[in-house]
Design a protein around this ligand. Sequence first.
Ligand code: PLP
Length: 393
Amino acid sequence: MKINHNYLNLKESYLFSLIAKKVNDYKQQNPEKNVIRLGIGDVTLPLVPAVLGAMHNAVSEMGSPHTFKGYGEEQGYSFLRQAVCDYYARKGVMLDKSEVFISDGAKSDLGNILDIFDADNTVIIPDPVYPVYVDTNIMAGRKIIFINGSVENNFLPLPDEKTKGDIVYICSPNNPTGAVYTKEQLKIWVDWALERQAVILFDSAYEAYIRDENLPTSVYQIPGAEKCAIEFCSFSKTAGFTGTRCGYTVIPQALVRTNVPLNKLWLRRQTTKFNGVPYIVQRGAEAVFTEIGFLQVKEQIRYYLENACIMADTLNELGIWFTGGKNSPYIWLKCPNNMSSWEFFDFLLNRCSVVGTPGAGFGDNGEGFFRLTAFGNKGNVVEAMERIRKVLI
Ligand code: PLP
């Protein structure tokens, strides 16, 4: 018996455990202080009424012999796949239901998709980045090339003639930087992939936060992307499904490599290894796309984006460089006074009782940067910004 030794190459992730330890120590030493957390990557508002109503109805259906559901389609119920197609049609992207796969969230599919690619492929991953892309490829023993995000490229790296690889991850709006690729920038990636027969794995988990109508919310808004890109999306940050679990993956029929449609491989993979998302959850997800459901989730997103706006205003006032916040729930700032990520973490905790996430935890290029998230309560965000303004002005 041999274990998968690639797992031993994974770096131990101390980020969130170290944050928890530092916050706990601080709270013990300063029990009177009200610690405000602006590091949470999870939503805090509850499911909206339209989703709840749909889920309640679905629960009742499960209790009647006439409407009870057992195993569903592995690819997802037709009603939800159709709702996703209709949503994309409103963005000007025409999809066929066979191109949509309902998942239990983007994270699983982002990792599992690697099943359909040879381990020999070279993968390009931006740095800093959502750690799942890196770790799932290390587990598979794949060669990884990092491309650098920096202040100079606004944390939106682009390929040049030297960029070589078979698979590239693009996350826009980005976690952790909040940066969003423009259509022109995405076209550079799409043209690059088409020319090299590479595949783009496009993570659009935060697309619902895009307010600027000129920015793309789907890679398929770029001509040719249907021949080179797989898109992963999620109801987690759109509609508060982080605990409910539902997402979807789009693999266009036009995406063919070495004469094999990737859609066919993924369908085979899913029908073999996946038994679908619960009916009740899929009915809840369907409600997100109804007129009333859509208005209700948009209102929650507006609330989070208002938090981001309050943070952005303070950073602007303090002259601190940052990306994100406008079309994303994340703000990525340059630590003031040349502090390292962890120095700034300690500074904020000890001087303001505010907790954020050190950028160094998202890759080497995150050193010297810091992530704030907008998923908290508005009163807390206002209070935190007041405290930060006082110590940094
Ligand atoms: N992609 C990105 C960029 C994320 O930040 C997250 C969650 O934080 C996910 C995917 C995972 O989403 P899900 O809850 O759908 O698995």
